[in-house]
Design a protein around this ligand. Structure first.
Ligand SMILES: [Zn+2]
Ligand SMILES: [Zn+2]
Length: 386
């Protein structure tokens, strides 16, 4: 079905919930309940069910031996850990290959819709598994769906700008394209000195055949909205101008929020409202509207993740967010939210009110400015004009 009304497509079905490392794991499929419900509550009606990616698609980037290993764990989870699977971060579970291949298939299917011109903007809330490497599971990620979608676009002749907003460095996506001149990977994240995976330094070079196509912008713990928004807008504008992308892929992990339990940035939903609108502008200015956005990290499943996904969708729909989250949505998720958070209620305000995040120390503001300047200067030095 084409998209006459301009409503962004959401790639999702219940099958995505099978990507589940178990009850004790922070990446909980419980987020899809309130998350998809909020998307529907703000008006999303166009959903595409993700197909399972096949081995030919997966091995475009992943090693054959690795896919075989994932399949083996999928059938026999109780074997000694290998290739990153069986660790605390990526415990094996029955059906893990099928579940991870369905996440990958979702981002690939979304990309097909963009490449065929059927859709301009596509949101894949279950995607964004950016830590997975060619032959290694890492950081809750088995197959790198974002990278597979990027590879598909790049193989179709596009110059792809990858913008990774997750609080963790997009190390897998970067590694898979660091020597590819058609893909520029930009990652803004909390510095590796204080957060997994410990990489993503501003000086890190790209591969010899693709100078300047790796850009990292590490931020200090405590970085807040103003510094983060300014860093994203300044860096992405400069990079787009220089690289001249024809297709935009964003990983919109929302673990940068002040309430996220795993990381130490101090963002609020207001930052994402501004940045998703900005990214929509980038997609139209440089990429004829071609924009695939995935979810990503985000471990405050009830009070943060739903508004993050819906904020992306609203920007894609060219709509302002409502002042308040829908009352019906709050009522439906009150009990589950209280249970998950020890008594908190679903948020009323769409944009978090002042006081949600801790104020940013002046030294952190100065560090963000300096880091943004350095990232842009390095790109100007290293990256040939597109
Ligand atoms: Zn748009
Ligand atoms: Zn993350």
């Amino acid at each position: 079905m084409s998209d006459p009304a301009g409503e962004p497509l959401v790639v999702w079905s219940e099958a995505i919930g099978a990507y589940d490392f178990g009850e004790e794991h922070p990446l909980t499929p419980l987020r899809f309940g309130p998350g998809i419900d909020l998307l529907r509550a703000v008006g999303a009606t166009r959903f595409l069910a993700p197909p399972e990616a096949d081995d030919a698609q997966l091995t475009r980037l992943h090693d054959r031996a690795y896919v075989r290993q994932v399949r083996s764990f999928s059938d026999h989870p109780w074997q000694p850990g290998r290739m990153g699977i069986g660790s605390a971060d990526c415990p094996a579970f029955f059906g893990m290959h099928e579940a991870a291949a369905t996440v990958a298939g979702g981002s690939l299917a979304g990309m097909e819709r963009i490449l065929s011109g059927t859709d301009e903007h596509v949101l894949v809330p279950g995607g964004g598994l950016h830590h997975a490497m060619a032959g290694l599971a890492s950081g809750f990620c088995i197959y790198n769906d974002v990278a597979l979608a990027i590879a598909r676009a790049r193989d179709a002749g596009h110059r792809v700008l990858s913008v990774d907003l997750d609080v963790h460095h997009g190390d897998g996506t970067e590694a898979l394209f660091r020597n590819d001149p058609l893909v520029l990977t930009f990652s803004i994240h909390e510095t590796g000195r204080t957060l997994f995976p410990g990489t993503g330094g501003v000086e890190d070079p790209a591969g010899p055949d693709a100078p300047g196509t790796v850009v990292n912008l590490p931020l200090e713990p405590g970085t807040g909205d103003e510094s983060w928004v300014d860093a994203v807008e300044t860096a992405v504008s400069a990079l787009a101008e220089r690289f001249q992308p024809t297709l935009l892929v964003t990983q919109n992990g929302c673990d940068s929020h002040a309430w996220d339990p795993l990381a130490h940035l101090e963002l609020t939903t207001g930052a994402w409202v501004r940045v998703t609108r900005f990214l929509d502008g980038i997609a139209h200015r440089w990429c004829a509207g071609r924009w695939l956005a995935t979810g990503g990290g985000g471990y405050e499943a009830f009070r943060v993740v739903p508004r993050s996904w819906a904020t992306i969708w609203l920007a894609m729909a060219h709509r302002e967010p409502p002042e308040e989250t829908p009352a019906g949505w709050r009522a439906r998720w009150a009990e589950a939210t209280a249970r998950a958070t020890g008594g908190e209620a679903p948020p009323v305000a769409w944009i978090d009110p002042p006081g949600t995040a801790r104020p940013e120390p002046p030294g952190v503001t100065a560090a963000a400015r300096a880091m943004t300047g350095r990232a842009i200067a390095l790109a100007a030095e290293r990256l040939p004009r597109g």
